[in-house]
Design a protein around this ligand. Structure first.
Ligand SMILES: Nc1ncnc2c1ncn2[C@@H]1O[C@H](COP(=O)(O)OP(=O)(O)OP(=O)(O)O)[C@@H](O)[C@H]1O
Length: 582
């Protein structure tokens, strides 16, 4: 019998049970009391039968019956309290496990998150642990409790007659070995079933997030087809795994029937040779039948262990996933707005498809750089490398001459703010959305920032001020307003370098004006990089970088490039609008 799954199980949960050792101890004591009561109760009935046969009805019998009832009630009470404790211990442990998994997943690289859908990760953080939680609470109650009960019953049977104890002990050993042996094949099947479930939820999450686009583009047939395919795969793999538990169940039922017959035959034999009274024969039969209860539970727990082992493997796999982006030793670039240098950077999301090729440029401290170029040219990729969402395959990126790889990731991300087109809002209050749940930022500070970027009229329209709830879908906010909110977040964190992927949708004149004012304030005393989608924005930048096919086509001060009619930038301006922005 392999102890591997038990070892894995216990090594994972010993960590999570340790802080609750007091409750675990109390739970164990209650379980022991419950076992004692369960063993004592049939003995009372046996005494009752013997006393009835020997003395007839009398007052003694009434007391025995009363005691029997009392023990039964007490047993129920103890069971309820211990079950409550088990659930509490299980939920506390598994909630902590969920939290650890979530914080681990949040530290993993962008590359990992691109490979796994949100729905799939949800399933791995919650679904897998949830299955483990059921198993965990039941395992502690049933496996531990029933194995002890089994042991107790065998001791009692041995005390009646040693031959009884040996025969029934041998029988129990046979059943446990047989059930464990039959258990193994279904573990792999449960791993496949869990993955199918994660993929189904991943697809569902993606489809729900893109409902608007899917409807607008007539993609419903594709969604339904995939929905049924994935759902069917989930159903089929779960059935396959579930069925592999059916044969152990059928065989175990046959073995249990055999055990009851064995108990009856042994009891009858002892009675026939004068070694057992009718009350004792009854006791032997009841205790032999009671043996089936822990054996049945052990059987079910072993079935559940298959499912849980597959979950444990997936949880261990997730914990073992390491981030490719490693923390640097902690060199700090000089304080204040930094210079940015890209030197011979080569990068591709996959090795065979280069996106940036030998890219070199330098942005002076305190300058604002506008990056322009064709769609898919690599503009966003430049900003992702700067934020160390990915590392380049070769070359070096430096802030104030300090390579990014020498800085601590926390420090780097504190000094840079990235504002993307897709502003992420939380289903939380306006305050929490602006401060990212920090409590040390005062309302006065928030309001002064909103005033600075011209969002006070928007704030005045909110029914409950900073306490107003904002939906996660950013419903009711235009692209421009969402970016203004992101500006406010940046003001509150006060970074040295701001990277802005400008909203490309058309903005109304008022919002556009607010954006321009906001950007001017945002970039004051900071280094800035703007991926510009609107030429108006480029009036405010100091330098221009034109990217094409992952290479620097042109870089220079905006004034120089505008003044040179042969420059790519000047041609771009003329081509787009027929006018040069000066
Ligand atoms: N996460 C990713 N995984 C694989 N390929 C990617 C990923 N992100 C971008 N790409 C590819 O890298 C190339 C450059 O993309 P990038 O987003 O940097 O271009 P861009 O110039 O910002 O485009 P746009 O102006 O449309 O935003 C494109 O061919 C794109 O398909």
């Amino acid at each position: 019998m392999s102890l591997q799954p038990f070892k894995r199980y216990f090594s994972l949960f010993a960590r999570y049970l340790k802080p609750q050792w007091g409750k675990v101890l109390l739970m164990s004591v209650l379980l022991l009391i419950s076992i004692g009561l369960q063993l004592y109760n049939p003995k009372l009935l046996g005494d009752f039968i013997n006393a009835t046969l020997q003395q007839g009805l009398g007052q003694g019998l009434a007391w025995l019956a009363l005691l029997y009832l009392l023990v039964s009630f007490l047993n129920q009470g103890v069971s309820v309290v211990s079950e409550y404790l088990c659930e509490k211990v299980a939920w506390t442990a598994t909630n902590q496990l969920r939290a650890d998994l979530l914080s681990h997943v949040l530290t993993l690289d962008q590359a990992f998150h691109k490979q796994h859908t949100q729905g799939e990760l949800l399933e791995r953080i919650d679904g897998d642990v949830n299955d483990l939680s059921n198993f965990f609470s039941k395992f502690v109650v049933h496996m531990f409790f029933h194995l002890l009960l089994l042991l107790g019953l065998l001791v009692v049977l041995t005390s009646i007659d040693s031959r009884l104890g040996v025969s029934m002990g041998g029988y129990c050993l046979l059943v446990v070995v047989a059930l464990t042996w039959m258990r193994r094949p279904s573990v792999e099947r449960w791993v496949v079933a869990r993955q199918a479930s994660a993929e189904f939820f991943g697809f569902l999450g993606e489809s729900l997030a893109a409902t608007e686009d899917i409807r607008a583009n007539g993609g419903m047939n594709y969604v339904w087809r995939n929905f049924y395919n994935r759902f069917y795969r989930w159903y089929a793999t779960t059935c396959h795994a579930g069925w592999s538990g059916a044969s152990p169940w059928i065989i175990s039922q046959a073995l249990f029937a055999l055990g009851r017959v064995l108990g009856l035959v042994l009891g009858a034999y002892l009675w026939s040779i004068g070694l057992a009274s009718p009350g004792t024969v009854y006791l032997i039969f009841v205790y032999s039948s009671l043996l089936m209860q822990p054996l049945d539970q052990v059987q079910w727990q072993l079935q559940d262990l298959n499912k849980s082992e597959s979950c444990i493997r997936r949880i261990e796999g997730l914990f073992a996933t390491r981030q490719a982006i490693q923390d640097g030793p902690g060199t700090k670039p000089a304080a204040g707005a930094p210079s940015v240098t890209f030197e011979h950077i080569a990068f591709g999301y996959s090795l065979d498809e280069p996106v940036l090729k030998d890219m070199t440029f330098h942005l002076s401290a305190g300058h604002v750089l506008g990056i322009v170029g064709r769609t898919g040219g690599g503009k966003t990729t430049v900003t992702r490398l700067l934020f160390r969402m990915y590392d380049p395959q070769s070359g070096s990126i430096r802030l104030n001459d300090v390579p990014l790889t020498d800085m601590r990731l926390g420090e780097l991300r504190q000094r840079i703010s990235l504002i993307t087109q897709d502003v992420q809002l939380f289903d939380a209050t306006v305050r929490d959305n602006l401060t990212f749940f920090r409590r040390d930022i005062t309302d006065e500070r928030i309001l002064s920032v909103l005033e600075e970027i011209g969002l006070l009229p928007w704030y005045a329209s909110l029914s409950q001020g900073l306490e107003t709830m904002l939906g996660a879908s950013s419903a009711g906010l235009s692209a421009g307003e969402a970016q203004l909110l992101a500006f406010a977040r940046v003001f509150l964190t006060d970074p040295d370098l701001v990277v802005l992927d400008e909203a490309s949708s058309r903005l109304d004149p008022l919002t556009q004006k607010l954006m321009e004012q906001g950007m001017a304030k945002l970039f004051a005393n900071r280094t800035g990089i703007v991926i510009a989608h609107r030429l108006e924005t480029l009036q405010r930048v100091d330098d221009i970088l034109v990217i094409e096919n992952g290479e620097v086509l042109e870089m220079g001060s905006r004034a120089d490039l505008v003044g040179n009619p042969d420059s790519h930038f000047a041609r771009l301006l003329q081509h787009v609008d027929g006018a040069i922005y000066a």
